[in-house]
Design a protein around this ligand. Sequence first.
Ligand code: ATP
Ligand code: MG
Length: 471
Amino acid sequence: MITKLIQRIFRRSPRAKLTQSAAAGAPKRISKKAHRIDPQLLSKNAVKVTHTLQQAGYQAYIVGGAVRDLALGIGPKDFDVATNATPEQVQKLFRKSRLIGRRFQIVHVTFFGKERPEIIEVSTFRALLENAGDHVADSGRILRDNVWGTQVEDATRRDFTINAMYYDPATETVLDYHGGMADMQQRTLRMIGDPSKRYREDPVRMLRAIRFAAKTGFTLSPETRAPIAKLAKLIHDVPAARLFDEILKLLMSGYSWQAIQGLREAGLHHGVLPMLDAALDPKAGVPGNEAFIRLALSNTDERIQNGKGVSAGFLFATLLWPELLSTWQKNLAAGMPNIAALHAAMDDVIATQSKGMMIQRRFEADMREIWALQPRFDKRIGRFPQRMLELPRFRAGYDFMLLRCATGERPESLGQWWTRFIDADPVQQEALLAAVKEEVSLSGAGGPASKRRRRRKPKAAAPGPDQAAAD
Ligand code: ATP
Ligand code: MG
């Protein structure tokens, strides 16, 4: 009791100091001529939200990553609005709105348009942490964050200076509390406040630093980068679901390869993606592993940059594949039949991964399906290929198999065969199947099942046609 009281008193005193200093630093008002944000890039719905709130007498601004992207001339992928209205007051103004989150309450306002619905996230200005009392763990990590404050406080609570700018669509003015615009010009990512303290409050900010650096090409300021090496281990305190969300954002940023390099350079990858550690470790590295992951990630980045969807299950399936492959091979060498060896390897790999970052169940199911399809691509006999085409996850499995061909793990001809087979009519399909038979009898190896191959020791070969056929 008494310790808590003392802690509270101590927490309060620096707050008073901080509030004063923050209040003393009024925001820089940046006019349209200086920020050159193109209003065409604004979401009409986000503007509707700020307008409605302002009409009701509240302050309301577009904030965060949207302003950063707008100032960079990029169309933001989503829009956040900050206001001094409480979540309940926001909800009263918008019919299609929902209060979400516990740790960090916000209101989702949904707009249904011709295309997919757009959600505008509306958050109430947060008070400085020192005002949050029991909501902070002893380590300094924020547990709950629902104490409302002023805009000045809200700006100080944000992570990077370039993420703490507020844009008012009505006046086309940017309010910049922490020199975000200057940092933007210098292409610098700078943490607001004392970086060590901010990372302790929320270790996810270390991952965000790496993600934004990869996405914008900006450099972390030296004092923003310095504490990361020492504090990297705090990532383990982050609840699994939140860590997963953040890693997913990083992988889906469109700059995943750079981001992963950034994680490695910062020493942040350990334990988050343990399998990736092994695959990308230059000492333990199996030749070809890095190539596979690199190709998978650059494929993903390209799709995202071209506005195409990417499935998280597919992505994790690729990241864990090199490890899965080597475990599968070990199991085969130990004498397990092919498919059993594959499934045992899946269990193993997923269990090891779960020690680092839990992958959500629904994605895990996708990964397993994609992996389980792989040996079936080698079964090019009878009705098997046609049946494959009808499987719901065929497309993902096929894309995955093409990656394996592209890195030389499977022959290019296998991928080409399936590419032709998918578009072939029944007569052409028969011809393709006949061609496989021919190929096999000529080469005397690979391809469909044969009694002769079945008896071969599974040990010698990599998982592929021989073993697939044998099961
Ligand atoms: P993205 O382009 O990924 O959406 P973003 O900067 O908009 O990037 P969000 O996660 O959408 O990121 O968060 C919106 C804003 O909320 C951020 O720009 C930042 O101001 C603030 N914010 C988000 N997460 C944190 C955090 N962990 N600590 C401090 N501020 C944060
Ligand atoms: Mg955002």
